[in-house]
Design a protein around this ligand. Structure first.
Ligand SMILES: Cc1cc2nc3c(=O)[nH]c(=O)nc-3n(C[C@H](O)[C@H](O)[C@H](O)COP(=O)(O)O)c2cc1C
Length: 184
Protein backbone atom coordinates (compact mmCIF):
# COMPACT_ATOMS: atom_id res chain seq x y z
CA UNK A 1 0.00 0.00 0.00
CA UNK A 2 1.26 3.46 -0.93
CA UNK A 3 1.90 5.80 2.00
CA UNK A 4 -0.63 8.32 0.65
CA UNK A 5 -3.30 5.64 0.52
CA UNK A 6 -2.60 4.57 4.11
CA UNK A 7 -2.73 8.22 5.24
CA UNK A 8 -5.93 9.02 3.35
CA UNK A 9 -7.73 5.75 4.02
CA UNK A 10 -6.92 5.34 7.72
CA UNK A 11 -10.15 5.79 9.68
CA UNK A 12 -11.04 5.29 13.31
CA UNK A 13 -12.56 1.82 13.62
CA UNK A 14 -15.05 1.25 16.44
CA UNK A 15 -16.46 -2.19 15.46
CA UNK A 16 -14.23 -5.27 15.44
CA UNK A 17 -14.35 -8.95 14.58
CA UNK A 18 -13.21 -11.38 17.27
CA UNK A 19 -10.55 -12.96 14.99
CA UNK A 20 -7.14 -12.99 16.67
CA UNK A 21 -4.29 -10.77 15.50
CA UNK A 22 -1.05 -12.65 14.91
CA UNK A 23 1.81 -11.52 17.13
CA UNK A 24 4.05 -10.85 14.12
CA UNK A 25 1.62 -8.19 12.85
CA UNK A 26 1.90 -6.37 16.16
CA UNK A 27 5.68 -6.65 15.87
CA UNK A 28 5.47 -5.13 12.35
CA UNK A 29 3.55 -2.17 13.78
CA UNK A 30 6.20 -1.59 16.42
CA UNK A 31 8.93 -1.92 13.80
CA UNK A 32 7.24 1.04 12.08
CA UNK A 33 6.94 2.87 15.40
CA UNK A 34 10.63 2.48 16.19
CA UNK A 35 11.60 4.26 12.98
CA UNK A 36 9.80 7.45 14.04
CA UNK A 37 11.91 10.44 15.05
CA UNK A 38 12.27 11.17 18.76
CA UNK A 39 13.86 13.93 20.81
CA UNK A 40 17.65 13.50 20.53
CA UNK A 41 16.82 9.91 19.55
CA UNK A 42 15.84 9.39 23.18
CA UNK A 43 13.28 6.69 22.24
CA UNK A 44 11.31 6.90 25.45
CA UNK A 45 8.11 5.46 23.96
CA UNK A 46 6.96 2.01 25.04
CA UNK A 47 4.09 -0.17 23.79
CA UNK A 48 2.12 -2.71 25.75
CA UNK A 49 0.12 -5.16 23.62
CA UNK A 50 -2.57 -6.51 25.91
CA UNK A 51 -3.87 -9.94 24.86
CA UNK A 52 -4.81 -11.28 28.31
CA UNK A 53 -8.62 -10.93 28.62
CA UNK A 54 -8.44 -10.12 32.33
CA UNK A 55 -5.92 -7.32 31.86
CA UNK A 56 -7.90 -6.04 28.85
CA UNK A 57 -10.97 -5.83 31.07
CA UNK A 58 -9.02 -3.74 33.58
CA UNK A 59 -7.90 -1.40 30.78
CA UNK A 60 -11.42 -1.14 29.40
CA UNK A 61 -12.70 -0.36 32.91
CA UNK A 62 -10.45 2.72 32.92
CA UNK A 63 -12.52 4.16 30.02
CA UNK A 64 -15.95 5.71 30.61
CA UNK A 65 -18.76 3.53 29.23
CA UNK A 66 -20.00 6.64 27.39
CA UNK A 67 -16.85 6.72 25.26
CA UNK A 68 -17.69 5.85 21.62
CA UNK A 69 -14.77 3.40 21.59
CA UNK A 70 -15.67 1.69 24.90
CA UNK A 71 -17.29 -1.41 23.37
CA UNK A 72 -14.49 -1.76 20.83
CA UNK A 73 -12.00 -2.17 23.68
CA UNK A 74 -13.94 -5.26 24.73
CA UNK A 75 -14.59 -6.62 21.21
CA UNK A 76 -11.16 -6.39 19.64
CA UNK A 77 -8.80 -9.28 20.40
CA UNK A 78 -6.06 -6.95 21.51
CA UNK A 79 -5.55 -3.53 23.06
CA UNK A 80 -2.37 -1.59 22.35
CA UNK A 81 -1.23 0.97 24.90
CA UNK A 82 1.37 3.60 24.03
CA UNK A 83 3.31 4.92 26.98
CA UNK A 84 6.42 6.98 27.59
CA UNK A 85 9.06 7.62 30.19
CA UNK A 86 8.79 11.12 31.60
CA UNK A 87 11.72 13.43 32.30
CA UNK A 88 14.07 12.73 29.38
CA UNK A 89 12.57 13.82 26.07
CA UNK A 90 12.63 17.61 25.68
CA UNK A 91 15.02 17.85 28.61
CA UNK A 92 18.63 18.91 29.01
CA UNK A 93 20.39 17.89 32.21
CA UNK A 94 17.06 17.08 33.82
CA UNK A 95 15.34 20.37 32.95
CA UNK A 96 12.83 20.97 30.16
CA UNK A 97 14.47 23.02 27.41
CA UNK A 98 11.39 25.13 26.78
CA UNK A 99 7.98 25.91 28.13
CA UNK A 100 6.47 23.00 26.23
CA UNK A 101 7.89 20.77 28.96
CA UNK A 102 8.13 17.03 28.43
CA UNK A 103 8.20 15.89 24.79
CA UNK A 104 7.51 12.22 25.68
CA UNK A 105 3.90 12.49 24.50
CA UNK A 106 4.96 14.20 21.28
CA UNK A 107 7.47 11.42 20.58
CA UNK A 108 4.85 8.79 21.35
CA UNK A 109 2.39 10.46 18.98
CA UNK A 110 4.88 10.26 16.11
CA UNK A 111 5.56 6.60 16.84
CA UNK A 112 1.85 5.84 17.20
CA UNK A 113 1.05 7.45 13.86
CA UNK A 114 3.63 5.23 12.18
CA UNK A 115 2.15 2.20 13.95
CA UNK A 116 -1.47 2.93 13.03
CA UNK A 117 -0.58 3.62 9.39
CA UNK A 118 1.23 0.29 9.31
CA UNK A 119 -1.87 -1.30 10.87
CA UNK A 120 -3.94 0.14 8.03
CA UNK A 121 -1.56 -1.37 5.51
CA UNK A 122 -1.88 -4.74 7.29
CA UNK A 123 -5.69 -4.58 7.13
CA UNK A 124 -6.02 -3.94 10.87
CA UNK A 125 -8.21 -1.31 12.49
CA UNK A 126 -7.37 1.14 15.25
CA UNK A 127 -9.04 3.99 17.08
CA UNK A 128 -7.04 6.15 19.41
CA UNK A 129 -8.61 6.52 22.85
CA UNK A 130 -7.44 9.39 25.01
CA UNK A 131 -10.27 9.51 27.53
CA UNK A 132 -9.17 7.12 30.28
CA UNK A 133 -8.05 7.09 33.87
CA UNK A 134 -4.24 7.17 33.74
CA UNK A 135 -3.72 5.71 37.22
CA UNK A 136 -6.08 2.79 36.53
CA UNK A 137 -4.23 1.89 33.33
CA UNK A 138 -0.87 2.27 35.06
CA UNK A 139 -2.01 -0.11 37.78
CA UNK A 140 -3.50 -2.61 35.30
CA UNK A 141 -0.26 -2.77 33.29
CA UNK A 142 2.11 -2.48 36.28
CA UNK A 143 3.83 0.52 34.71
CA UNK A 144 6.61 2.03 36.81
CA UNK A 145 6.00 5.48 38.31
CA UNK A 146 7.99 7.36 35.64
CA UNK A 147 6.21 5.72 32.69
CA UNK A 148 2.76 7.07 31.85
CA UNK A 149 0.21 5.66 29.40
CA UNK A 150 -0.68 8.27 26.76
CA UNK A 151 -3.10 6.57 24.41
CA UNK A 152 -4.93 3.28 23.94
CA UNK A 153 -6.23 1.60 20.84
CA UNK A 154 -8.22 -1.55 20.26
CA UNK A 155 -6.48 -3.57 17.58
CA UNK A 156 -8.17 -6.09 15.34
CA UNK A 157 -9.87 -6.75 12.04
CA UNK A 158 -12.61 -4.23 11.32
CA UNK A 159 -16.19 -5.52 11.42
CA UNK A 160 -17.21 -2.54 9.35
CA UNK A 161 -14.94 -0.01 7.72
CA UNK A 162 -16.34 3.40 6.88
CA UNK A 163 -14.08 5.22 4.42
CA UNK A 164 -16.06 8.46 4.78
CA UNK A 165 -13.73 11.11 6.12
CA UNK A 166 -15.06 13.13 9.06
CA UNK A 167 -15.01 16.78 7.89
CA UNK A 168 -11.54 18.23 7.70
CA UNK A 169 -10.56 21.89 7.63
CA UNK A 170 -9.22 23.17 4.34
CA UNK A 171 -5.46 23.54 3.97
CA UNK A 172 -6.02 27.29 3.59
CA UNK A 173 -7.42 27.36 7.15
CA UNK A 174 -4.49 25.43 8.60
CA UNK A 175 -1.54 26.84 6.73
CA UNK A 176 -0.08 30.29 7.36
CA UNK A 177 2.69 31.65 5.20
CA UNK A 178 5.42 33.73 6.84
CA UNK A 179 3.46 34.77 9.92
CA UNK A 180 0.29 33.91 11.76
CA UNK A 181 -2.80 35.78 10.72
CA UNK A 182 -6.22 35.26 12.29
CA UNK A 183 -8.50 33.30 10.02
CA UNK A 184 -12.20 32.73 10.40
C1 LIG B 1 -5.40 12.15 20.96
C2 LIG B 1 -6.67 11.51 20.47
C3 LIG B 1 -7.62 11.05 21.37
C4 LIG B 1 -8.79 10.44 20.93
N1 LIG B 1 -9.67 9.92 21.85
C5 LIG B 1 -10.77 9.26 21.41
C6 LIG B 1 -11.64 8.65 22.35
O1 LIG B 1 -11.44 8.71 23.57
N2 LIG B 1 -12.71 7.97 21.86
C7 LIG B 1 -12.97 7.85 20.52
O2 LIG B 1 -13.94 7.21 20.14
N3 LIG B 1 -12.14 8.44 19.60
C8 LIG B 1 -11.06 9.13 20.01
N4 LIG B 1 -10.19 9.68 19.09
C9 LIG B 1 -10.45 9.50 17.64
C10 LIG B 1 -10.96 10.78 16.97
O3 LIG B 1 -12.30 11.00 17.38
C11 LIG B 1 -10.85 10.62 15.44
O4 LIG B 1 -9.50 10.46 15.09
C12 LIG B 1 -11.42 11.84 14.70
O5 LIG B 1 -12.81 11.94 14.92
C13 LIG B 1 -11.17 11.77 13.19
O6 LIG B 1 -11.68 10.57 12.65
P1 LIG B 1 -10.72 9.58 11.82
O7 LIG B 1 -9.70 9.03 12.82
O8 LIG B 1 -11.61 8.50 11.29
O9 LIG B 1 -10.04 10.36 10.75
C14 LIG B 1 -9.04 10.31 19.53
C15 LIG B 1 -8.08 10.79 18.62
C16 LIG B 1 -6.91 11.37 19.08
C17 LIG B 1 -5.88 11.86 18.07
Amino acid sequence: MELSQAINERRSVRFYRKDPVADDLVVKMIEAARMAPSWANSQVSRFIAVRDPEIRKLVQAAVPTSNPAYNALGEAPLVLVAAGRRGKSGHYKGTPVNKNGDYAMFDAALAVENAILKARELGLGTVLVGVFNVEQVKEALKLPAEIDPFILTPLGYPETFDLNVPPRKEVSELLHWDRFTEKK
